[in-house]
Design a protein around this ligand. Structure first.
Ligand SMILES: N[C@@H](CCC(=O)N[C@@H](CS)C(=O)NCC(=O)O)C(=O)O
Length: 298
């Protein structure tokens, strides 16, 4: 059976659309007030991870609080309670993220996903699209001193690159991992490695993807690279090569990991336990592998 039967067509995984897309700073009733909005994340999730990184890079830790879910989900979905590297929801006292979705739309019947940006004043979800949330943090919350992760002069190139990264790398590994037919899996896995080969070449000639300074596209890639050898290589069967086998991709991964505020957003224990334990269609024994010994340094 497919991991998400409603999102599987002919053995291929097609991701559901994000349901909440309001924008702080643009929608009139949503001014960018520090402390009003709260971010629900899992440290395991690559999409949520990017919002956490952007929040950190832009200096928004005081302005936007977070609640971190238990990386292991059961049929009740993402949950907040005490545990290693996660805890209860101090903002609203939710025990399950599902409560936030129900409060926002009692008819919601899709998958309850992280990340979620929550409005503590109106008590409803603002947005559950990580792309929107990252952009909002930059456009509506970041101060003039903060780095610009979306430089205007690179906008068209960055948009095309981000789409490429999403389709071939970020979501590509899921297409390989959630495939339920051999041919679909093979095509998806080969597509992932064709893209990694391309990116390796690109990074041989450039420190970051679009020049000397990291932008949002680099972090988009980082969120998949940092999980790759630990989970996508084994659990999602993307095993033609490891990131360790790519010198330039490894350097990029380690350079980014070493930047201030980043290592603390990376939790390999949550990452490994989430994938290997929660996706029990793929890994019915739920055994979490002991390796790899080396994922990244720096
Ligand atoms: N909003 C994201 C998707 C986020 C997402 O899929 N998050 C996963 C964790 S990595 C999730 O929360 N899954 C919950 C579930 O599958 O029930 C997107 O646009 O692609």
């Amino acid at each position: 059976m497919a991991q998400f039967p409603d999102e599987s067509k002919d053995g291929a995984f097609e991701r559901q659309e994000d349901a909440f897309r309001r924008i702080v700073g643009k929608d009139e009733d949503l001014p960018a007030i520090p402390g009003r909005y709260h971010l629900y994340v899992s440290l395991a999730c690559p999409w949520a991870h990017r919002t956490l990184i952007v929040r950190s890079l832009l200096g928004l830790k005081d302005a936007i609080g977070i609640s971190i879910a238990d990386p292991v989900r059961d049929e009740r979905g993402w949950a907040f309670h005490e545990g290693a590297g996660h805890g209860p929801d101090e903002a609203e006292g939710f025990r399950f993220l599902m409560e936030a979705y129900r409060a926002s739309d009692p008819t919601f019947d899709g998958r309850v996903t992280v990340p979620v940006l929550w409005d503590r004043l109106e008590k409803r979800i603002v947005n559950n699209s990580e792309d929107d949330i990252c952009r909002m943090f930059q456009d509506s919350f970041a101060g003039p001193e903060a780095p610009n992760l979306f430089p205007a002069q690179l906008a068209a190139e960055q948009e095309a690159l981000s789409r490429y990264l999403y389709e071939n790398v970020n979501n590509g590994v899921y297409e390989a991992g959630f495939a339920t037919r051999q041919d679909v899996y093979e095509m998806a896995a080969r597509q992932v490695f064709a893209a990694l080969d391309e990116l390796e070449k690109r990074l041989q000639g450039s420190k970051y993807l679009l020049g000397e300074v990291p932008v949002e596209s680099d972090w988009r890639l980082f969120c998949t690279l940092v999980r790759f050898d630990a989970v996508y290589h084994g659990h999602f069967k993307c095993n033609l090569r490891r990131i360790l086998d790519y010198p330039a991709l490894s350097r990029h991964l380690n350079d980014l990991h070493g930047l201030p505020g980043i290592a603390e957003t990376v939790n390999l224990d949550h990452i490994k336990r989430h994938y290997y334990v929660t996706h029990d269609d793929i890994n019915p024994t739920r055994i979490v592998p002991v390796g790899p010994a080396v994922v990244f340094a720096g």
